[in-house]
Design a protein around this ligand. Structure first.
Ligand code: FMN
Length: 396
């Protein structure tokens, strides 16, 4: 069973109104299996309590240079040693100035000066503080020193002003962090993904659908994009997709099939995550079917098997399917892999994945079965895409 290593982040929180967004960021990082150590400045604790972050991160929040957890009493030097990234969110104007000049008068500034990993800042301040020459001079210097910047965004501010200085939203910040830490294993690769459950209309207001949430497809699309791929996503659901993804809406088997045919050429990888209906009503009733207390019969006809059609085509694309099964998981998935001529199939039990936040998958090819421990769908997406990248690169 493969258990995937998680990224380790120090989240520095400084004194600003946007400190509340750091709580949501912590929740997102933890949900996605990041190991998070929160360090707060004294000012930050006037805006939000350390207890909030302790509850969200499951770890004691560090606030003082003089209360060290390290055996030699030197947390400020030891802390960043085993971490992948320090993220300061929100980063106050004051903290930017301190970092520029190498001040080390509290735990957070000291550990930043002694850091042995990259650092990223998510500035948050009033537009006039942000555009002030002193702040801009500091930003210029910090960028030259190799410090990463996530944002700031422009928009309405807590003080009533409008302009640059707003901290990125937690979701967007999370994606930037994930993007930065993700190796570009799919650089220059083009991916076509289908996602979500389809709905086959019975009349103008009712339809046959299934429990697929589209979460797995969204996780794969967003993760592939952060791995450097150029992604086209044909989806029946509306989710938070990275803005670089080309999203095409398709709600039923027919429109999904048409969209796949339109976009399949010149792709390197096709991943069929969508739960496409196997049957559709033979005829769609006009308007709304009226109830009259007698039985009615709905005649169903099979829909086209999009994955099989692509699998059996001469297209040299790397083909990946999903098998959602209620029993005999591995045998049924292996059968589907052969029948549909796929390179890889991801198998999951319906009650362990469909419509849920977590999933437990097995990644299967002609020779091997790799089992992934129960995890969040983003973690599972990473595992699937790594397996694909590994095979594509070793084919050359
Ligand atoms: C109500 C209030 C809101 C503040 N909001 C911000 C802010 O959004 N951004 C900022 O840079 N400073 C803001 N400040 C000022 C900082 O809290 C102040 O510069 C503080 O010294 C920062 O300390 P730190 O960088 O050690 O966290 C605010 C101050 C107050 C009283």
């Amino acid at each position: 069973m493969l258990i995937l290593a998680s990224h380790k982040i120090i989240l520095g929180v400084t004194g600003g109104i946007a400190a509340y967004k750091a709580a949501e960021l912590t929740r997102l990082l933890i949900k996605n299996d990041f190991d998070v150590q929160v360090v707060m400045t004294e000012s930050a604790s006037h805006f939000i309590t350390p207890l909030t972050f302790q509850a969200l991160s499951g770890k004691e929040v560090l606030t003082s240079l003089w209360k060290s957890n390290a055996s030699n009493g030197m947390s400020h030097i030891e802390l960043s040693r085993n971490y992948d990234l320090i993220v300061i969110a929100p980063a106050s104007a004051n903290f930017l100035a301190k970092l520029t000049h190498g001040f080390a008068d509290d735990l957070l500034s000291s550990l930043c000066l002694a850091r042995s990993c990259p650092i990223a800042l998510a500035p948050a301040m009033n537009v006039h503080m942000w555009t002030n020459t002193a702040t801009q001079r500091n930003v210029y210097q910090l960028k030259n020193d190799g410090v990463l910047f996530f944002g700031p965004d422009s928009g309405d501010q807590a003080c009533g002003d409008v302009g640059f200085g707003r901290m990125m939203d937690a979701e967007e910040l999370f994606r930037s962090i994930q993007n930065h830490l993700t190796p570009k294993l799919l650089k220059n690769k083009r991916l076509l993904i289908t996602s979500g459950g389809t709905i086959e209309m019975i009349d103008d207001v009712r339809g046959i659908t299934n429990l697929s949430s589209g979460n797995m497809g969204a996780a794969i699309a967003n993760t592939a994009e952060s791995m450097g791929a150029s992604v086209t996503l044909i989806s029946s659901t509306q989710q938070v997709f990275s803005e670089n993804i080309n999203v095409i809406h398709a709600s039923n088997a027919h429109s999904m099939h048409q969209a796949v045919l339109k976009h399949i050429n010149n792709q390197d990888i096709f991943i069929s995550v969508a739960a496409v209906s196997d049957y559709k009503p033979k005829e769609i009733f006009k308007g709304k079917l009226k109830k009259d207390n007698s039985d009615i019969t709905l005649q169903l006809t099979p829909t086209i098997d999009i994955l099989k059609e692509i699998g059996l085509s001469k297209n040299k694309i790397f083909k990946v399917g999903f098998a959602a099964e209620s029993e005999n998981l591995i045998e049924n998935a292996q059968k589907k892999l052969k029948e549909k001529n796929l390179d890889l199939i991801v198998a999951n039990l319906i009650h362990e994945s469909m419509g849920l936040e977590d999933t437990k998958i097995s990644i299967i090819d002609q020779n091997n079965v790799v089992e992934i421990a129960k995890s969040n769908k983003i973690v599972a997406a990473k595992a699937i895409l790594k397996e694909i990248a590994h095979r594509i690169h070793s084919d050359k």
